[in-house]
Design a binder for this molecule. Structure first.
Ligand code: SAH
Ligand code: SF4
Length: 372
């Protein structure tokens, strides 16, 4: 019965845990206790699973089972309150996960003494966690620092969920009490690790307690997976990194366009079954002098006409080895005005944690902090 190699429990579904309890001759409710300890209580060690009898915990350990939460190797705190975590897995590979608190009027972490010591250090009323789906990324977008890492490997479902649990523990956040959102917009292309990503989503909903409406996944446009995703009974909201207004330009900055053209991408979105009141999100990274002209904005309007969608505009977050520049704020506003005048809701995404390399496109295991 006992497997000699190390196996992590995190990432297993209730059914998979039931198969384990069966193998150990334990009743099915033990699987539910394991599931609850892993995902709801966020326990770190088998010793903490107090509802389980000591001898069962012992036998699990002897068979090589462990919880499998990632180790925190680095923790960088921005002046805007954003925290970038460097989280490492059993094989030594690591990814980044970002915590973005929203202050209650004032910004968190400004160092001022508030006199509210009894409220501890909880200065946020809601927060977003940005999660990685792969170690590095193979998609090779020319403006993204993660692309420079290449792809090391996919993350397992347990490693995807583990990032969230590690951050929730560190922030002492409570999924039921606090207003928390998840965005799958860290390192990697979630739709190139589709099965593990979706297994993680189901664990987050059934185990950790996140509502699907509080999660958003962003894809660079893996067309066949967009159709699969639309058919999922439980799924996050969908965001698509458009980033260019025509085929030639997109191919230049996102070479994946050669495989899945803008036309195919937009066609897949026209067929995407949106739920009641749901909207698609397009992300558009503005690169100075490349894709940020009025004419480009007008092309975007034509491209997405008729789709129930909004656009998030992101002025490029700079980084070493990124050969593009950030547009002036006036250019970003002019681009936004053209979209809104055409009836397309368009929002400016505020850069978070640029000083610690935590902002969109900056996740590249940077451990030395360089002033931008
Ligand atoms: N791989 C997925 C999800 C992670 S990237 C995707 O590409 O959609 C999350 C977002 O960051 C994407 O919309 C991407 O276009 C954007 N991004 C990448 N590099 C950036 C940079 N240097 N500055 C600003 N946004 C960037
Ligand atoms: Fe990968 Fe997204 Fe970066 Fe493109 S923007 S290289 S898909 S992480």
């Amino acid at each position: 019965m006992s497997k000699p190699q190390q196996s992590e429990l995190l990432g297993l579904s209730l059914q998979q845990l039931t198969e384990i309890t069966d193998r150990f001759g334990e009743p099915p409710y033990r699987a539910r206790q394991l599931f609850d300890g892993l995902y709801r209580q966020r326990w770190l060690e088998l010793e903490q699973f107090s509802p389980l009898p000591g001898d069962f915990r012992q036998r699990l350990r002897e068979a090589g089972f462990s919880v499998g939460l990632p180790r925190t190797e680095g923790r960088f705190v921005s002046k805007d309150g954003t925290v970038r975590y460097l989280l490492a897995f059993a094989d030594g590979q690591s990814v980044e996960t970002v915590w973005m608190p929203e202050g209650d009027g004032g910004e968190a972490g400004d160092g001022s003494a508030s006199g509210d010591e009894e409220l501890e250090s909880k200065t946020w009323s809601r927060a977003t966690i940005c999660v990685s789906s792969q170690v590095g990324c193979a998609v090779d977008c020319k403006f993204c620092m993660t692309a420079l890492l290449g792809l090391a490997r996919n993350l397992t479902a347990g490693e995807i969920v583990g990032q969230i649990l590690a951050v929730l523990r560190d922030q002492q956040a409570d999924v039921e009490r606090d207003r928390l959102n998840l965005v799958f917009m860290g390192q990697g292309e979630p739709f190139l690790n589709y099965d593990n990503f979706m297994a993680a989503v189901r664990l987050l909903v059934e185990g950790v307690g996140f509502a699907e409406s509080r999660m958003t996944v962003s894809t660079s446009g893996i067309v066949p997976r967009i159709a699969d995703f639309g058919a999922e009974p439980v799924r996050p909201k969908l965001a698509v990194s458009l980033n260019a207004s025509n085929e030639a330009l997109r191919t230049q900055i996102m070479p994946i366009t050669k495989k899945w053209t803008i036309e195919k991408l937009i066609a897949s979105l026209r067929n995407f079954p949106l739920r009641n009141r749901e909207r698609l999100t397009f992300e558009y990274v503005l690169l100075h002098g490349v894709n940020d002209d009025d004419a480009h904005a007008r092309e975007v309007v034509e491209l997405i006409r008729g789709l129930r969608a909004k656009v998030n505009l992101i002025a490029l977050n700079p980084g070493p080895d990124i050969l593009f520049a950030t547009p002036e704020p006036e250019r970003v506003l002019a681009f936004q005005r053209i979209l809104t005048a055409a009836g397309i809701p368009a929002f400016l995404r505020r850069p978070r944690g640029r000083d610690i390399y935590a902002a969109c496109g900056q996740l590249k295991h940077t451990t030395e902090l360089v002033r931008l």
